[in-house]
Design a protein around this ligand. Sequence first.
Ligand SMILES: *Cc1c(COP(=O)(O)O)cnc(C)c1O
Length: 494
Amino acid sequence: MFYISTRSTDTHAKLTFSEAVVKGIATDGGLYVPAFFPSIDPYDSFWMESSYQEIAKKILSLYLDDFSPAELSSCVDQAYDDKFESTDIAPVNSIGSSHFIELYHGPTLAFKDMALSILPHFLKTAAKKVGTKEEIVILTATSGDTGKAALEGFSDVDGIKIIVFYPTDGVSEVQRKQMTSQNGENVAVYGIEGNFDDAQTGVKHMFLDSELKRSLKDKGYVFSSANSINIGRLLPQIVYYVHAYFSLVKKGDLSIGDKVNITVPTGNFGNILAAYYAKKMGMPFDQFICASNVNHVLTDFIETGVYDIDRPFNITNSPSMDILISSNLERFLYAIGDSSAEMVASLMDDLKRTHRFECTDVMRENMKDFHGGYATDAETLNTIAALYKAHGYVVDTHTAVAYKVYQDYVARTGDDKHTLIASTASPFKFAGDVLKGIGCEASDSDAYAVLGILSEETGLEIPKPIHDLGERPILHPETIAVDQMSAVVKKLLK
Ligand SMILES: *Cc1c(COP(=O)(O)O)cnc(C)c1O
């Protein structure tokens, strides 16, 4: 297996997985993608007999073929252990033909744990393999969940430092406190006066700032990324879609080969792209329902083929999807554009210059299995209420967006085949809004009292990782302007 940049026309520029994961982003600004999609056979009895960890080893071995089986095994076993509160790692909860893959039983209560608990092990192994002498500095922009999951994954990992930037006014109180109270000798966390796109763009600029990189290299540092621009984030996400499908076969909801639809609350397009990669590998996935909040740049893109970011940026009750520049879309464009790097480079250039781009007819034809939709904040709360009242099932705001958009899709198309729905965060992570949704007046209480109220109201236990969040000391109080980001990094790495 080799990895190529979505923007490189140099057919010799092929990297091993280890090289790609250490680099994070290609020098030409493109993202690394696998040179082809290895195929799997759903009828192989292996899938029915295997645990989450075994399925992970199998899928990842097809992409990380420069890792020895022992190295890969060690990465998987260290990542998916009792840090996860469910032995299934990603259990599936079914309501009729809607199957919620609960991706939030890891240490930070969001689906980012699925990839970020393994990425540090990939990076350590890969750095050794490619002979990286410098200390690796992980730069991360976060809309709330990636930051904490990355901090948790990389905290006190030898030879790696991590610096996280989050939008000061764009995260929930629980998300903020999770990050500002992070322990670890090698971690730094900053709020920025700006939104997530500002944070992400700032980080991308540092990655491409050759002068900054040179001066840091002299001091013994090299940048890498824990954002989903890193291919090491994307590949582990394929695993849970495969695992969930066979869980349903085991439960008797599906027979092998039955097609299912996939519904994903989407921001940077990484999670839904992983499901699409699984389809490319041979999984019987049919239609993809891409759910957004009122920052519905992706809904419009899927409907019209035009991606246009000249629009207001809204802060919503599903903040992890408050994103206009969806970074993994570039990998999708590469796939639907028949792997034309020239095409991708030209569209990305259009986006930079004119804040919009338009797909070709071929690309639109190739994305016919994608459907978009969005939910407002009020619709999100209503959906939380409806699921709770009818089924006693508590979902977070992001998962509610997905379910609402899925119901709209079924009403519009009549396509009600079984669907896998990515349930991306614990309801406790967004407890205030979830309580509002289920009709509990707790809006005046502080963010930590709300956890207790939600627990009492629903009978669910407060997840262990945030049990004592209110009492933890704040270790990272600073907020900086966007244009100070690279100065702060330089100072930290002096
Ligand atoms: C990150 C995140 C998303 C969006 O996932 P992408 O892979 O960026 O599309 C959705 N919900 C939650 C809770 C998240 O943390």
